[in-house]
Design a protein around this ligand. Structure first.
Ligand SMILES: NC(=O)c1ccc[n+]([C@@H]2O[C@H](COP(=O)([O-])OP(=O)(O)OC[C@H]3O[C@@H](n4cnc5c(N)ncnc54)[C@H](O)[C@@H]3O)[C@@H](O)[C@H]2O)c1
Ligand SMILES: [Fe+2]
Length: 420
């Protein structure tokens, strides 16, 4: 037992040192940033701008819901009046499965396209990034997963996010899913960062409350994990704190009053700021576990994060009390000058309250006890090979945290009601 504890703490120290070292290197890698157009009507302005860039034909990648809601109109009207040719591929489904991306690649090639507008939530934006890398580097998508696997530059991408969550419009990552292996794969390449992005709140006013909630907590998780991890820099701290402040001020409003343009715009900005923070400072165990839930059970990404965030933060607290205290002040749930320990607790309570107010469940209905060891193993592998986590977790601890999210057995009175 003692030797187990010793080897865990030696491993933790080793991994911590390795990750800190990696952070010293990555902070000097230049990441491109898109030109941002912000405000109502900005998707049309993005169309006007790219119509003048001389592309032969632009592929718009989106999903059928967005297409049916007519959200593409401002963009396509502007492309048409600017004389640009475009085609629409609107078949993306959540978590961008490989076979659909392959269909998108064939569509891009058969129409002779040379640029992509990624229009939608993270699934459409990440499918676009994967298509952009794959058409320039024709090899199986599974072989493009990982860091810098494509030799040639991806084709140019422009982005219009329609959820305020992933921040993919500014990040170096694309998350896709491999349905055969029931896994999510991550492609990382700074050259996939879109050249220009439009944050247009008018596109987000019809986002249903449960998606507003889950995607908003995804953005919050990006900001928090970037802020408490070992790769944080003064720049990522600024971005993360701004995102946290905006989310605590606006997510409840966007959830209860979806048509509120000001709250929608501020959430869109928060999501982008959180994207700037985590694309450099990276994420942590919440995402490592959420990716396993997504791969195995198709749990929406933001919901998976929301269920695990409070638990991972409580476990990490001893290593990050000072950082949680700063987050509490920025979220306006405590005041500067209060003891850090009490501010940290206030922030943890505030995250719980926010989840509750947004109707986020505390458990994951699909979760099965028998799956937990494999889920924890895969989550620890993901975290320990790339995320600069503030407090190391053994597989056993990870299993325990996941176990807390098991659905509660129905009580006798609930069972009786159900039977009736
Ligand atoms: N690349 C990154 O940096 C990054 C970061 C975080 C998450 N992700 C990935 O992004 C994916 C999740 O993206 P998401 O959370 O944005 O969800 P999503 O793109 O899967 O969309 C969720 C649902 O919302 C609908 N929707 C989107 N915008 C809408 C709108 N304006 N009005 C009405 N309905 C709308 C979609 O049709 C879909 O049914 C996951 O695969 C996740 O792993 C990527
Ligand atoms: Fe995320």
């Amino acid at each position: 037992m003692i030797s187990d504890l010793l080897s865990d703490s030696v491993r933790a120290a080793g991994l911590g040192a390795l990750m800190r070292g990696a952070g010293l290197v990555t902070r000097f890698i230049p990441f491109p940033q898109p030109t941002l157009l912000v405000g109502p009507g900005s998707s049309g302005r993005l169309g006007q701008a790219i119509a003048g860039f001389g592309h032969n034909k632009i592929l718009i990648v989106t999903d059928s819901i967005i297409s049916k809601l007519g959200l593409l109109k401002d963009l396509t009207d502007a492309l048409t009046s600017g004389g640009a040719q475009y085609v629409v591929f609107d078949e993306i489904t959540p978590d961008a499965p490989i076979p659909l991306i392959e269909k998108g690649i064939a569509f891009f090639e058969s129409h002779g396209c040379d640029a992509i507008v990624a229009f939608g939530g993270g699934s459409s934006m990440d499918a676009s990034k994967a298509i952009a890398v794959a058409v320039a580097n024709p090899k199986p998508l599974r072989q493009l997963a990982g860091y810098f696997k494509g030799l040639r530059n991806p084709v140019k991408i422009y982005a219009v996010p329609t959820t305020a969550g992933t921040g993919s419009e500014v990040t170096v990552a694309a998350v896709i899913s491999d349905p055969d292996a029931q896994r999510k794969l991550v492609i990382v390449d700074p050259r996939m960062v879109p050249r220009m992005a439009a944050l247009d709140p008018t596109l987000m006013t019809g986002l249903p409350p449960h998606i507003t909630a889950a995607t908003g907590i995804d953005a919050l998780t990006h900001a928090i994990e970037a802020f408490v991890g070992h790769w944080a820099t003064p720049y990522t701290d600024d971005m993360a704190l701004s995102a946290v402040g905006l989310i605590f001020e606006n997510l409840r409003v966007a959830y209860t009053d979806g048509k509120n343009l000001e709250a929608r715009e501020k959430m869109a900005l928060a999501s982008t700021y959180a994207g700037f923070a985590f694309t450099r400072a990276n994420v942590g165990y919440v995402h490592a576990i959420a990716h396993q839930f997504g791969g195995k059970y198709h749990t929406p990404h933001g919901l998976a994060n929301a269920i695990m965030l409070p638990r991972v933060l409580k476990y990490s607290k001893p290593a990050i009390i000072d950082r949680l205290a700063l987050l509490a002040v920025r979220a306006k749930v405590g005041k500067e000058g209060e003891p850090d320990e009490s501010l940290a607790d206030k922030f943890l309570d505030a995250v719980d309250r926010l989840n509750k107010d947004l109707g986020i469940p505390t458990c994951l209905d699909a979760l099965q006890e028998a799956d937990i060891p494999a889920l924890a193993k895969a989550a620890c592998r993901e975290a320990h090979t790339g995320y600069p986590v503030p407090r190391y977790m053994t597989q056993e601890v990870c299993e325990d945290l996941i176990r807390q999210a098991l659905p509660k057995a129905p009580t006798r009175s609930r069972r009786r009601k159900k039977a009736a």
